[in-house]
Design a protein around this ligand. Structure first.
Ligand code: SF4
Length: 467
């Protein structure tokens, strides 16, 4: 997914708010994630200690990033694999296409990879003539629907069961078979994907972590599709990014302790596998070739700067699940690969502020994202810094700047301020309803006179006391 429509966040949000199927899907899914995370954390004696260890492991990795990446490369080569460096997403796509061509591949099976999404890898592979099949159930559904993912761990969260059944009916030879229950849908996808696993020439996966001390990559899934994509085809290509590296297996284990609990509310994901190089003589299965493609795409430029903490993100999705904005508009409104609070920071950093102008403002600053982030990433503070940058570069629309100037002038006039508020409410109430976004009502101007008198008196007192 290379096209970024983050600048269309506002109209895309309005469309999302009017989409009743999306609203239904979002409400069910969000509640489940939030509840399960809370239960999983309540079962741990000291979750703060787990978070502390995970954050320390990541901090250590970022402060030695160059050395650890070199060590990782050395260990991968030692175990019979190869590491490829991609500065940009185009370089990553070109590298993967070349590797697949050299392997005389036709069919490629792919596990879930946010780096693949960031690079628009699927389009590049299809343009090069390869048949690419997504193996993660959510990714497979949105591949059929020709849509981008709307959540970093649950890509088809915006689809209802009925919509998925309709997609399978459209693309699979179902005959008279009905797909009423969720288990019917899962079995149907399994039967199609099993054949793809067995006939694919190349398997592409992402990686949750890279371990420098032994050159291992960790893949975490709940469907086992990552393991099948990595072991059944004759070539395994890992597409990942440089900040995923950690020093030791112990560090990786500290991060895995918080990842599953924060993401899906599990003690540990159902399939947590470490891969290390191609098949050896004593192995019963595995690929004959093992490649790791490491993407930078602007990440190294964040090191030692105010946005370096964003590189600690382990893509658990907890900030999305607890965000009142994401919960209402879903992922597609954000217009690029990374939605929710982490996306509102990461998209402007990777795509540029000009390409994602509304995102730093797509927040209520309620602070829940930072509260639930297992890596302690100060998302609201970073959104504020992005807003400051926009203000300094005069990137806000002219009307916003005018509005802000008027507001800051008015807020120094304690007598005038409440009357203007009241006037505005009355004016908004008089607006025709069709001009209001769906489901929204004008703010009721109730009890204003009493409120205004009190507010004005308090303001006078504050002015007199010099507060
Ligand atoms: S910012 Fe924090 S909560 Fe959000 S996805 Fe990253 S690690 Fe998870």
């Amino acid at each position: 997914m290379t096209g970024c429509t983050a600048n269309q966040f506002v109209p895309q949000s309005e469309t999302a708010l009017q989409d009743s199927a999306l609203q239904q899907a979002l409400s069910h899914a969000q509640t489940g994630f939030v509840k399960k995370r809370a239960q999983a954390i309540a079962m741990v004696d000291d979750f703060e200690l787990l978070k502390f260890k995970a954050q320390a492991a990541k901090r250590n990795a970022l402060s030695n990033l160059g050395e650890l990446l070199e060590q990782f490369e050395h260990k991968v080569i030692e175990s019979g694999g190869q590491v490829h460096w991609a500065g940009t997403t185009d370089e990553l796509n070109a590298c993967v296409v070349t590797l697949c061509s050299e392997a005389n591949a036709q069919r490629v099976i792919k596990g879930k990879s946010m780096i693949g999404e960031e690079a628009g890898l699927n389009s590049a592979m299809e343009a090069a003539g390869f048949e690419l099949i997504e193996s993660d159930l959510g990714e497979y559904i949105i591949q059929l629907a020709k849509e981008p993912p709307s959540h970093i761990i649950a890509p088809a969260i915006h689809k209802t069961r009925k919509q998925v059944a309709a997609l399978f009916k459209q693309y699979h030879a179902l005959g008279d078979r009905g797909l009423e229950a969720i288990s019917d849908l899962v079995n149907e996808a399994r039967s199609v994907l099993r054949e793809a696993f067995l006939t694919a020439d190349v398997g592409i996966t992402g990686a949750n972590l890279l371990v420098a001390e032994n050159g291992s990559i960790a893949i975490v899934t709940n469907e086992g599709n990552g393991d099948l994509s990595a072991t059944l085809p004759r070539v395994h290509i890992v597409v990942t990014s440089i900040e995923k590296v950690v020093a030791t297996m112990e560090d990786a284990s500290d991060i895995l302790e918080v990842l599953a609990r924060s993401a899906t509310g599990q003690h540990m994901s159902a399939y947590t596998t470490f891969f290390n190089g191609p098949k050896r003589e004593r192995d019963v299965d595995g690929p004959t070739e093992f490649h790791v493609v490491l993407l930078d795409n602007g990440r190294s430029a964040l090191l030692d700067g105010p946005f370096e903490p964003m590189l600690n993100c382990i893509k658990c999705g907890a900030c999305l699940n607890h965000c009142p904005v994401y919960s209402n508009v879903g992922g597609h409104a954000y217009g690029w690969v990374y939605p929710g609070p982490m996306g509102s920071v990461l998209t402007p950093l990777l795509q540029g502020l000009d390409a994602a102008e509304p995102l730093p403002n797509a927040s209520t600053f309620c602070g829940r994202c930072e509260e639930v982030c297992p890596m302690g990433i100060p998302l609201p503070a970073m959104l504020r810094q992005l807003r400051e940058q926009q203000h300094q570069r005069k990137l806000e629309p002219f009307t916003w700047r005018m509005g802000l100037s008027l507001y800051s002038w008015l807020s120094t006039k304690p007598r005038m301020f409440p009357y203007c508020q009241w006037l505005l409410r009355v004016a908004l109430k008089m607006l025709p309803k069709r001009l209001w976004p769906a489901g929204r009502k004008p703010i009721q101007a109730q009890g204003n006179s009493t409120f205004m008198k009190q507010w004005s008196q308090q303001s006078d007192k504050r002015s007199q006391s010099g507060e």
